[in-house]
Design a protein around this ligand. Sequence first.
Ligand code: LLP
Length: 422
Amino acid sequence: MSLQWPYENIDGYLYVDGVSTIDIARRYGTPVYVYSENLIRKQYKLLSSTIAKYYPKTRLLFASKANTNISILNILLEEGSEIDAVSPGEVYLSLATGYKPSQIMFTGTSVGLDELNYLLETGVRINVDSRSQLERTLNLEVPELISIRINPEFGAGHHEHAITAGPNVKFGIWDQDAVEAYNLAARAGVKKFGIQMHIGSGVFDVSNYVKASSRLLEIAKKIHEETGISFDFIDLGGGIGIPYKPEDMQINLDNFMDTLFGFVKSKLSEYNLGMPEIWFEPGRFFVAEAGIILTRITTIKKTPYKNWIGVDAGFNTLIRPALYGSYHEIIAASKLNGRKSKHDIYGPLCESGDVFGHDREIPEVEEGALLAIMNAGAYGYSMSSQYNSRPRAPEVMVKNGKDWLIRERETFEDLLKGQKMS
Ligand code: LLP
């Protein structure tokens, strides 16, 4: 694997933005999540400067489900990001970081009344997922702005679970109910409107966005014509893919945005929809590549079939391989240069599915050596658990040769927190 900044091979050791991973593991223990602040900022700037070339009014909302560490939320706030939140907890963390309510949009599904009350109290924007949610919201209070999540009848993504539009998917309101929903909101006194879709995660091919946007914009046209409503914004969702496998290519963002905005602009003018803001909600694109997990080898074990390497991270630390069969590159952080052979890498959980990868090319390493699981900045910590009663790992930020803790390692006391013995 060829390493790219901020990752470097210095004399066979992995460095992140000038900091030795050996030192990080020694200082904070393992497993540990390590993030590069500079790469998060670079990714944000790359996307925002690229879309600015193709459309004058855009916003980026970080899909905070990918990573809600408040240091990371704060880096993105400083860069100019807003927030896509999917739970009251994500709204709470974003407000605690310093985002204004007007910079947060809540896109929930199966949203309860207590949650709606909290959202209305905080004053964040609400993107509703069902007619029922719309009615219950309007009964509590009429917000100035309502957005509606549309199911554009077509989705895409890296795994069935990561496809969030289409016939068998729970999300969104369908074409036939959309006009009525906007009418309802307008009659109740809502003044400003948005329309949103999110087709799925891990999407590389722009034609998927074009196809879904085509349906979304047809629906927007119908709403505009039948209700007279104009849209302040059209939110095309998140899902931009990043390379996980060595053979995956970075998306050519220029080509991607050129094609997408070429299409969107032509339809906006054909359908007389004016020039609403165009929003995106990327999660992984901003943070996935900026994060790795350092994990120490506890066990080397040969069976008649396999060369196993046991590490101290498991699917409690990174669930993507077990949940979606996702590929994460794994490298020997303390021995990048040796001659490689095939190994299977497994974690400490008592489940056969607790395996990070089969037949991975790793040098002959010893117990105590350090591995790095790459591209773990998105949906790593945020999907972690205490399964098998393992306290969660700490998070460390790295920048320009310096490192510091941004979340402490949990302790055994954390396993007891809130429990009562009856
Ligand atoms: N907007 C909405 C409404 C979403 O539901 C999601 C992801 C995003 C934006 C951001 O998607 P991204 O740009 O990060 O791909 N946990 C999975 C993926 C499922 C995410 C669901 N929603 C994973 O580890 O790949």
